[in-house]
Design a protein around this ligand. Structure first.
Ligand code: GLU
Length: 414
């Protein structure tokens, strides 16, 4: 049994609740609580100095019922099989909730990418791709960036797959560089989606976005772009953080970003004051955006949260204990599978563009992202009001019921 606060335990307990609330059967629970395909591989890496090291790699296809498996590849020293399964399960409900024609997947390598040179990172990415090669493909399973990977890794993955196929297969991964068949708007998509979710949550709470305050935990692919989009919407980003800690008192996100790029940390940016990650969570802001790793909001850290709205940019940032406290406080929590779905939505656009060899303008991507996300937000809000459940329960119920329905309609083979 996974330990109680692990991401897998959290994901399973949320699934159990959705199954019960939907009055689904034990057959449904058995089917939906089991990953379809799990692969663990050894990834050998020749370091630049000649040493050979072994890393563990994973690819989990949690579901392929509604379409090919889909989900990111994470390079992080703490990733293990249980967490990969949990994240692949979340991708399944996320794709179903947003009505993308995908199942759900996740992969990763248990490595700290910051300890690798670029050439080492390339060799590791290519060897990992080669180890999971039989599982992936544009019709089977389409990887994308996640924590610790970016468009450069996707270019190497696309190349490794294509070299083996004997021709270019851009649709095997999403989140690629534009010149290799990537989509305009993919880099900022998750953050843009988070900002749309914040905008809609503020409307529901009757708070004017102009001057509303927000604190963002995480200043990576999600947190940074969310900060930019929220600033453009007129909100005041009062604090951001990275693994080393956070800062307040800055003026513009672009200045802070430049400082972080040059110095590898936010700490010490001119005119700012340092705060800890826990202090950031407890600031008296309108909106809190956890956009780093899992388990940021726990039973102990939730007690001090003063935000009226929490928008989950990260995957699984809130434990069940933390969630219960936020609920008791009346905080509106926009759950991860809704709030951070902008990334996979624009990944879907990228895959469609690659299939058609026809590429969209940035405006088309933006408009379509907004309309798919708005449809999902409206569905979650209406379902939540109609069934007297919170947004997380509502989102899980919609996603899980779509996968259960697809299972029923396809039937059980043989
Ligand atoms: N890694 C992102 C997520 O967790 C994006 C996945 C994708 O684009 O396939 O949603």
């Amino acid at each position: 049994m996974p330990n109680l606060e692990s991401p897998l335990a959290t994901a399973l307990s949320q699934l159990r609740r959705a199954i019960d609330q939907l009055n689904l059967s034990e057959n449904d629970w058995n089917t939906l609580s089991t990953p379809r395909r799990v692969l663990e591989v050894a990834v050998p890496l020749r370091r630049d100095d000649g040493r050979v090291e072994m890393y563990k790699g994973y690819r989990v296809q949690y579901s392929t019922t509604r379409g090919p498996a889909k989900g990111g590849v994470r390079f992080h020293q703490d990733i293990d099989l249980d967490e990969t399964v949990a994240l692949a399960m979340l991708m399944t409900w996320k794709c179903a909730l947003t009505n993308l024609p995908y199942g759900g997947a996740k992969g990763g390598v248990a490595v700290n990418p910051h300890t690798l040179s670029i050439t080492e990172n390339e060799r590791l990415t290519r060897r990992y791709t080669s180890e999971i090669l039989p599982l992936i493909g544009p019709e089977r399973d389409i990887p994308a960036p996640d924590v610790g990977t970016d468009e450069r890794n996707m270019a190497w993955m696309m190349d490794t797959y294509s070299v083996n196929a004997g021709y270019s297969v851009p649709g095997v991964v999403t989140g690629k560089p534009i010149v290799l068949g990537g989509s305009l708007g993919r880099t900022s998509a998750t953050g843009d989606g988070v900002a749309i979710a914040v905008r809609e949550a503020l409307k529901i709470k009757g708070i004017n976005p102009e001057g509303a305050t927000v604190a963002i935990q995480g200043f990576g692919k999600v947190g940074y772009w969310a900060a930019v989009a929220l600033e453009n919407m007129g909100l005041k980003v009062v604090a951001v953080s990275d693994v080393k800690g956070g800062v307040t008192g800055f003026n513009k996100i672009s200045d802070l970003h430049r400082y972080a790029q040059e110095n590898g940390t936010l700490i010490g940016a001119p005119g700012t004051e340092s705060i800890t990650n826990t202090e950031l969570l407890h600031l008296p802001v309108d909106v809190l955006v956890p956009a780093a790793l899992a388990d940021a909001i726990t039973e102990s850290s939730a007690v001090g949260i003063r935000a009226k709205i929490v928008v989950e940019g990260a995957n699984a940032p809130t434990t069940p204990g933390g969630d219960a406290i936020l609920n008791d406080k009346g905080v509106l929590v926009v759950p991860d599978i809704l709030a951070n779905s902008g990334g996979v939505i624009v990944s879907y656009f990228e895959w469609v563009q690659d299939k058609q060899n026809y590429f969209w303008s940035a405006d088309e991507v933006k408009e379509n992202l907004n309309s798919i996300l708005m449809r999902s937000i409206t569905e979650v809000a209406e379902h939540s009001a109609a069934h007297q459940v919170n947004w997380r329960e509502s989102a899980n119920m919609i996603g899980v019921s779509r996968v259960a329905q697809a299972h029923r309609l396809r039937g059980l083979y043989p």
